[in-house]
Design a protein around this ligand. Structure first.
Ligand SMILES: [Zn+2]
Length: 258
């Protein structure tokens, strides 16, 4: 019987098509946990063990810097840091502390070409934006310099921003903000060196000015560390007339803050 099936061209075609379809589904929606690679209960889901390592940033937090508070001090309370050093952007929101599964997801998106992760991460970012994606006029990624983009093939912030725009139906401004200076990698640099490195590194293009002038912008990056990069990018957006900038990142480095 098996032999007959193997000889039947129709059966072979069905088997081949079935195999192709399964491969296609797995390629688009791998049924494995993006954190550890083990089988997950549902497509694009995270397994319970990895979920346990996710430290979501939720209220109570500083309304400006999004820093979690240990105790609920009331509505609209700002952190001491936000009062002493008000940022150039209006507010910062992030999904989770840059640790555990959050770090794995960021790493996966950046270095393993897992663009499928961007869709799941973007959905979490829309939720973490606390309504600011829904109320914005446009979504803008922190751009990479063209040289680095060429080396890495794609910009992880752009992948996240594009997915956020698609999920929310907001305009995606892929090229409004550009990096005009080839900067050193921020990793390993101190706070002051990071600021010096990215100072004046961004500009809004002529066409971009019309798109951001007087608008509420959501500026997307994968990780917030010292904030030097998003501050420099926000300065360029504000110089072009942006009214309000919400910085939205997936993860946030929080060494010693909580
Ligand atoms: Zn897992």
């Amino acid at each position: 019987m098996r032999g007959d099936e193997a000889e039947n061209p129709g059966w072979r075609l069905v088997k081949a098509l079935r195999g192709l379809m399964a491969a296609a589904v797995d390629a688009v929606y791998p049924p494995v946990c993006p954190g550890c690679g083990r089988m997950a209960g549902q497509h694009r889901g995270v397994c319970p063990a990895c979920w346990a390592t996710l430290r979501l940033i939720e209220r109570p937090y500083c309304e400006v810097l999004g820093v979690p508070f240990a105790h609920d001090l009331g509505v609209g309370i700002l952190s001491a840091d936000a009062i002493a050093n008000p940022p150039v952007f209006e507010r910062l929101r992030s999904v989770a502390i840059h640790d555990g599964i959050a770090r794995s997801l960021v790493h996966g998106l950046k270095y393993r070409d897992r663009t499928d992760l961007a869709i799941m991460m973007a959905a979490w970012m829309v939720r973490a934006s606390d309504g600011h994606v829904q109320s914005c006029d446009a979504v803008v990624p922190v751009p990479l310099h063209a040289f680095r983009l060429w080396g890495r093939r794609f910009n992880q912030s752009a992948e996240l921003a594009r997915a956020i725009a698609r999920l929310s139906g907001k305009p995606y401004l892929a090229t409004a903000l550009i990096r005009t200076k080839r900067t050193e990698r921020q990793v390993g640099l101190g706070v002051q060196a990071r600021e010096d490195n990215v100072r004046g590194a961004f500009a809004v293009t002529g066409a971009g000015k019309a798109a951001v002038f007087g608008k509420c912008i959501v500026l997307v990056d994968d990780v917030y560390t010292t904030g030097a990069t998003v501050a420099a990018a926000t300065r360029a957006l504000k110089k072009a007339g942006a009214l309000d900038v919400t910085v939205l990142t997936f993860a946030r480095a929080m060494s010693g803050l909580i």
